[in-house]
Design a protein around this ligand. Sequence first.
Ligand SMILES: Nc1ncnc2c1ncn2[C@@H]1O[C@H](COP(=O)(O)OP(=O)(O)OP(=O)(O)O)[C@@H](O)[C@H]1O
Ligand SMILES: [Mg+2]
Length: 463
Amino acid sequence: MQARILIVDDDHDILSALKKRLIWMGHEVLTAENGEQALRLATEEAPDLMLLDIELPVLSGLDILKQLAEKRSGIPPQIVPEVIVITAFGTIDRAVEAIRLGACDFLTKPFEPDHLSIVIEKVMAQMALTRQIGLLQAEVGGRYEHVVGKDSRMVELLDTARRVAGTSATVLLLGETGTGKEVIARALHRWSPRVTKPFVVVNCAALPESLLENELFGHEKGAYTGAVRREPGKIESAEGGTVFLDEIGDMPAGLQTRLLRLLQDQEFYRVGGVQSIRTNVRFVAATNKDLKEAIQEGQFRQDLFYRLNVISLTLPPLRKRPDDLSALVDHFIRRHGAAMSRRPFTVSQDALELICEYHWPGNVRELENVLVRAIALCPDDCIESEHLGITVQRRLPVEANFAEDDSLNYHAVMEHYSRKVIEEGLRRSGWNQTKAAELLGLQRTYLTRLIRQRGVSAKPPSV
Ligand SMILES: Nc1ncnc2c1ncn2[C@@H]1O[C@H](COP(=O)(O)OP(=O)(O)OP(=O)(O)O)[C@@H](O)[C@H]1O
Ligand SMILES: [Mg+2]
């Protein structure tokens, strides 16, 4: 990998020898003979790496390191190069001091060219890794970072989430698939004092029992064949942070017992371990299963349910959040429009109406996918209904809300509805029975018979 390297040394001979060597290694080289020049080039030329002689006149190598550290932690923080310091033989104390001030490694003069290559490669590999982690975090976090919630039920839910985020209470997130449970779990972590510590996801449905146990609790060396060394589990690696137990409704029975014990005692054993480990993590669990039903069917421990259910938040399905729809549409077309084609998109009135009418069984995730597809298919900047690839199943007017004391006599209830439907069919078709039969999906003769049987008036009511 080629790097841009700034060499800082007041000794001409060393400077030119190092320069030659680094150019030969394929790097781009900048040079500075004093501290001031070095600091200027470090900001103006944005090198990846600085090879810094610690013995410089006026501004010493350690002074330069101090100033770079200030820039790095300033507000706003500046990107400064990683530093490898070059020290004279026998000045190990200064090398230690340099590392303390933020240098990532040191070389002692005189050094072999091979040693120089190894140190540079090691630092470069470390930098590539850090950059990659940053990109991945931005990618993963970005998807969940922005919480849209304008609908009154969501506003209330987010308000509660913000209040409980500060506590360490266990939170259970319920709701259909794609409603945003993981979005809220990550927000709970972001809004909590644990934000600087890890947020670790454990998918309880993804692994068979023994692997999941290992993933959660880790193992001791020799716990089973192949356990060649001690490995921490996800709970240990989340220390101080949040563990998100996703799909908790699918957790195997044996592990439910172990988890219950962990939640009660804040202690656990690694697989094959004899010493308990205390832990300080916050648990957030989520499922789209009906846990009460799972308890009845003997698939989920009731006592675990009560432990998890300290605070429970139920994400409403998208079809019950009409006021979130346009805000989510805006959010997704802005985000994906910019990422996919770097131009702004709009949504036509027709398309928006279709979006509002559709019942969204896959909830926010489905809406997001539909819009990503529409952006890809849309030839210009306006998304039309045909780009959405959804069709509306006209809503059936059967959302019956039964009161406790309503009669539930099947035939009586059905007859009542039948009469209502026929009356509505006739009204809509201007009391033309042929048209009404078509609208109702019935044979004309059968409709006439029903009208007679049910005693429905075949004429408009007189005013
Ligand atoms: N309130 C929201 N604001 C912005 N984006 C959201 C919101 N809710 C969900 N999303 C988007 O929808 C996608 C699905 O959300 P999430 O993964 O949190 O759903 P889930 O409830 O965990 O679903 P499942 O039960 O299938 O795991 C996310 O990638 C996110 O982009
Ligand atoms: Mg999820």
